[in-house]
Design a protein around this ligand. Structure first.
Ligand code: NAD
Length: 250
C-alpha cells in the first residue's frame, strides 16, 4: 500500500489456510491489520502465531448467513474501519452430475456465493461511510471453461464473476473497487484432493498450462496485494487470471 503510516484494515475470509493464508502473509508483511476469518479456531491460532501482531483471528461459520451482520458490526466496533475485503473462503466437491443432491448443491452455493453476497453487503455499508474500499473475490478456472464433476462449484464461481462486475458498476462511482482473481491450478490441499486421485485430470491440467507447472499460493498473495493497493487504483470490474496461461491454453 502507498501510505506507509496509515492504518489499513483488511478482512480475509478463509485466511487460516491455503490461498487465504498466503494473502494474509502478504498483507501482514505490508503492515496491513488483517482479520482472518474461519471456522476452526485452532487453525486460525496457528496462522496467528505465524503472522504476528498484524494478524487478528476471528471465528465465524460464514454459511450461517444470519450471523454475518452482527459479525461485521463487531469487527467495525473493534477496528473502526474495513478497507479491504477478500472473499476467499470456499468449498468444493467432486461428484458425477447425477449423483449430486439438492442439499449438496445448496451447501456449496451457500458458502461460495450467498455468504460472499451477505458479507460484501455488510462490509460495503461501512466502506460507503468511509468513501473508499477494495473488494477482491476469489473465483476459479471453473468459471472460465467447463469442468466436469464440479457442477455446484462451477455455478458458484461463474456467479462470482457476474457479481464482481455488477458490484463494480454500482460501487465504483462511490469509491469502492471490486475485482476478482481467478486462480489457475495452485498447490493447496484443495487441488491436491482434486488432482492426486485423478491422474487423467492432472495430465489435462498440465497439458493446457503453457507455463507447465502449478502455481504457488504466494502467486495469489502477490496478485491480491496488487489489486488491493493504490497501484491498482484505476482497476475495477476485472477477473484477473493468475494461472500460468491455463485459461488461454490450447
Ligand atoms: P482451502 O480449503 O485451503 O481454504 C478454504 C478456506 O475457507 C479454509 O480455511 C476454510 O476453513 C474456509 N471456509 C470454508 N468454508 C467456510 C465457512 N463456512 N466459514 C468460514 N470459513 C470457511 O482451499 P484453497 O485452495 O486455499 O481455496 C481458497 C479459495 O480459492 C476458494 O474460494 C477456492 O475455490 C479458490 N480456488 C482455489 C484454487 C486452488 O488451486 N487451490 C483454484 C481456484 C480457486
Amino acid at each position: 500500500m502507498s501510505n506507509i503510516n496509515k492504518k489499513i484494515v483488511a478482512l480475509v475470509t478463509g485466511g487460516g489456510s491455503g490461498l487465504g493464508l498466503a494473502i494474509a502473509v502478504k498483507f501482514t508483511k505490508s503492515g496491513i491489520d488483517t482479520i482472518i476469518v474461519g471456522r476452526d479456531a485452532g487453525k486460525l491460532q496457528k496462522a496467528h502465531s505465524q503472522l504476528g501482531e498484524h494478524c487478528h483471528p476471528m471465528t465465524c461459520d460464514l454459511s450461517n448467513l444470519a450471523s454475518i451482520p452482527a459479525f461485521i458490526e463487531k469487527i467495525v466496533a473493534r477496528f473502526g474501519q474495513i478497507d479491504i475485503l477478500v472473499n476467499n473462503a470456499g468449498i468444493n466437491m467432486k461428484k458425477e452430475f447425477t449423483e449430486v443432491t439438492d442439499e449438496e448443491f445448496q451447501n456449496i452455493i451457500t458458502t461460495n456465493l450467498c455468504s460472499v453476497f451477505a458479507i460484501s453487503r455488510e462490509v460495503v455499508k461501512q466502506m460507503l461511510k468511509q468513501g473508499n474500499g477494495s473488494i477482491i473475490n476469489i473465483s476459479s478456472m471453473a468459471a472460465q471453461y467447463g469442468l466436469p464433476k464440479v457442477i455446484a462449484y462451477s455455478a458458484s464461481k461463474t456467479a462470482i464473476d457476474g457479481m464482481t462486475r455488477a458490484m463494480a458498476v454500482e460501487l465504483s462511482p462511490k469509491g469502492i473497487r471490486v475485482n476478482a482473481i481467478a486462480p489457475g491450478f495452485i498447490e493447496t490441499d484443495m487441488t491436491a484432493k482434486a488432482l492426486n486421485t485423478d491422474p487423467e485430470r492432472k495430465q489435462k491440467v498440465f497439458g493446457r498450462t503453457p507455463m507447465g507447472y502449478m502455481g504457488k499460493p504466494d502467486d495469489i498473495g502477490e496478485a491480491a496485494l496488487f489489486l488491493a493497493s493504490d497501484a491498482a487504483k484505476y482497476i475495477t470490474g476485472v477477473v484477473l487470471p493468475v494461472d500460468g496461461g491455463n485459461s488461454i491454453g490450447f
